[in-house]
Design a protein around this ligand. Structure first.
Ligand code: SF4
Length: 491
């Protein structure tokens, strides 16, 4: 476990950011590189770009942050005016280059690269089916299943291929696709993972979040709808309904934690939504205290909201080490025991003798939060009242968010008082589901809230539940990925 993992071990983990762009002026790789920076928060383990000059697809991907994976020299080997990109959070350990994205497939019909955010609940069955029909699979990633299905259906034309592929996929997915002469983006019929489309100069872009448009001078125009495909090529950008929409149930955790606060979803800027969550939390769980403190950085907007609503002053009392995630040095046992100290340092003068309201976004296993509570008491806090801007997480996620299995989720087995006791906190309050919805300003049918209420928009069977925690079958030809990738870079 590296430093970043030690801190993130008790947080829900987003698994990917995706983008696709078409820029008539060329230099797609360079633009995509800068846009990918803004999707770094969605995945820090690997990054990749696939680029086309209208004839050939070239790509590069590797483990690490965007600026570790790419440099001037590498970007100069990626010529073209179309690109897709990917940032990934991997949960399967350090050596996972095979699962870095985009994934690439070539066939008699053509070359294709695919970047994917989400999780297919039927990936195992589809993989088995593809292998049985003679297809060879190079990676363990869901994205390759999507790529292989797309390649098989390319004779139907791009929209037909997407439609035929989507009819086979079950789960949550936002996907960008690079063909030699166009970029595609599509979103699952329930719209669980986000995807927005807009303009960049004379070109067009599609990305997981609107924040990706800012650094490249672009503007996001609208969300790609559930079941919709966006086609970007020399004719411009157009949308088609590939398969009927099954609803619109965007992941509520995008609002609570995952997406960057400057991103806009459902027309709401997320910083304001999170501030509302803090206000609502103060209404639902008031307390007498001296200061409202955030767990940096994700708790900051909500702590401001709690402070404004309650009238209790806001103060940051923990300094976060901002560069710790840039190292992959393994902490030794002694450092591991120190846990959260590696990441957070208290301002002792602001903590000593104070009654604190500690605002955080979520509790998964309760290990990190209990370490923070202990750190504050060890630093002289008189009381620590924990306030969480999400309802209790009682159910696992099957749609691409790595949280924990049901047995590990604190709220799946303990009531609020038992969790408070585990945290060692003076009091504990969670935002209600109703309060969460009120903070966003949209109704219940607009969201996936399955990890809170167990109501899964894409039904989860016992078999899916089993598959979601298992390595998919058909692994065994992993060396081909590296070879294929090297060949592409050499090309
Ligand atoms: S189960 Fe929870 S984390 Fe997963 S998509 Fe639904 S709201 Fe998001």
């Amino acid at each position: 476990m590296n430093h970043a993992d030690a801190w993130h071990a008790d947080r829900p983990k987003e698994e990917c950011g995706v983008l696709g762009l078409y820029t008539p002026g060329g230099e797609a790789a360079r633009l995509a590189f800068f846009a990918l920076f803004s999707l770094q928060h969605r995945g820090q383990e690997s990054a990749g770009l696939a680029v086309s000059d209208g004839h050939r697809v070239h790509m590069h991907r590797d483990m690490g942050l965007v600026n570790q994976v790419f440099n001037e020299e590498i970007l100069s080997t990626l010529p073209g005016h179309m690109a897709i990109g990917h940032t990934r959070y991997s949960t399967t350990g350090a050596s996972v280059l095979r699962n870095a994205q985009p994934v690439y497939c070539s066939s008699t019909v053509g070359e294709i690269a695919v970047a994917h955010n989400g999780n297919l609940v039927n990936a195992g069955a589809l993989r088995k089916e593809l292998l049985m029909s003679g297809e060879s699979m190079d990676t363990t990633a869901d994205s390759e299943v999507i790529a292989r299905l797309l390649v098989r259906n390319l004779h139907l034309g791009p929209v037909g291929a997407v439609a035929a592929t989507m009819e086979r996929l079950q789960g949550a997915y936002s996907v960008t696709v690079l063909l030699p002469n166009m970029v595609l983006g599509f979103r699952d019929p329930h719209g669980i993972r986000p995807l927005v489309a807009g303009r960049v100069g004379d070109g067009f872009m599609v990305a997981s979040e609107s924040c990706a448009f800012w650094p490249v001078g672009g503007v996001s125009d609208r969300e790609v709808g559930p079941g919709e495909v966006v086609i970007i090529d020399h004719q411009g950008m157009r949308f088609e309904q590939a398969v009927p929409r099954a609803g619109e149930t965007l992941c509520m955790f995008e609002f609570i934690y995952f997406a960057r606060p400057d991103s806009v979803m459902y027309g709401r800027e997320l910083y304001a939504v999170r501030e509302n969550m803090g206000r609502q939390l103060a209404i639902e769980h008031p307390v007498e205290a001296d200061v409202v403190v955030p767990v940096p950085d994700s708790g900051i907007p909500a702590a401001h909201g709690y402070s404004k609503q309650s009238g209790i002053p806001y103060h940051e009392v923990m300094m976060k080490s901002r560069y710790i995630h840039r190292t992959f040095i393994q902490p030794d046992q002694r450092m591991r025991e120190l846990g959260v100290r590696m990441k957070l340092a208290p301002l002792l003068g602001q903590v000593k003798g104070k009654r604190l309201v500690l605002v955080d976004d979520s509790i998964v296993r309760a290990t990190t939060t209990s370490q923070i509570v202990k750190l504050l008491f060890d630093s002289g806090a008189k009381e620590v009242h924990v306030r969480i801007t999400a309802p209790p997480i009682k159910h696992p996620c099957f749609y691409g968010i790595d949280m924990a299995s049901r047995g590990e989720l604190a709220a799946a087995t303990m009531d609020v008082e038992a969790i408070r006791n585990r945290l060692g906190a003076t009091s504990l309050g969670y935002l209600s589901i109703e309060g969460t919805l009120k903070s966003v300003g949209k109704d219940r049918p607009m969201f996936c809230l399955a990890c809170f209420d167990g109501d899964y928009p894409v039904p989860v069977t016992a078999e899916m539940e089993k598959m979601a925690f298992e390595e998919p079958p058909g692994v065994g030809q992993l060396a081909t990925v590296t070879r294929g990738q090297l060949k592409l870079i050499e090309d």
